[in-house]
Design a protein around this ligand. Structure first.
Ligand code: G3P
Length: 215
């Protein structure tokens, strides 16, 4: 499974990268706003740091404006993936980007039929938002299961990028289902490492090691 980090904070990206945890980066307008940096400057900086795919989301909502904006984002670096919301105009733009060999990440996906349309439009990646479905008492990971089954049935190349990840349990379920990618906050990434028995075991080893005779 590829791990993408869901942040626009370059310090966080750098720290996660130092641990080998960054196969790519996803940003969204909320994360970019938190960075306090202009979009194009920020995306250029991240693309410089991370060789893997870097998702940058268009802010336009009309087909024509998405095309103009998406082409500009794609021109920043070869590893830019243009992120497009799952709307009619968005899918039309994805279809055009596909014809122009511009990679796309279709975001804000909340149903399997939305994901089917994204794949048919030629999306490079699809981002089902599992956490936001859980937030309204739906089973977010069920959506991931449905999308993976549909994509397998019809041999779509679109990669399933599990997004809105809130916990290690989401990651366990996503890996068991066989999703291609997960994008996760650094906080969740760090949680994947921790286990209380590991801490206890290490503490005991170090305590016992005190009685090892010195050479
Ligand atoms: O960036 C896409 C997605 O991962 C955001 O999820 O629900 O934490 O804002 P959320």
């Amino acid at each position: 499974m590829k791990f993408f980090i869901d942040t626009a904070d370059t310090d966080v990206i750098r720290e996660a990268q130092s641990k080998g945890w960054v196969d790519g980066v996803t940003t969204n307008p909320s994360l970019v706003a938190q960075s306090g940096k202009p979009m194009e400057k920020l995306i250029a900086e991240i693309c410089e740091m991370v060789p893997g795919p870097v998702s940058a989301e268009v802010l336009s909502t009309s087909y024509e404006d998405m095309l103009v904006e998406g082409r500009k984002l794609a021109a920043i670096a070869s590893n830019v993936v243009v992120k497009v919301p799952l709307t009619e105009d968005g899918l039309r733009a994805v279809h055009s980007f596909t014809e122009e060999d511009i990679q796309t990440n279709v975001t804000l996906c909340f149903s399997p039929m939305q994901a089917l349309l994204a794949a048919k439009a030629g999306a490079t990646m699809i981002s089902p938002f599992v956490g936001r479905l859980d937030d309204i008492s739906h089973q977010g990971m069920e959506l991931v299961e449905q999308i993976c089954q549909i994509y397998d049935n019809y041999l779509f190349d679109t990669e399933v990028l599990v997004a809105s990840v809130r916990s290690p349990m989401h990651m366990l379920q996503a890996t068991q289902i066989g999703a291609d990618i997960a994008t996760l906050p650094y906080k969740v990434l760090k949680q994947l490492v921790r286990h209380p028995l590991t801490d206890l075991g290490l503490e005991q080893f170090l305590k016992d090691a005190q009685s090892i005779p010195k050479a």
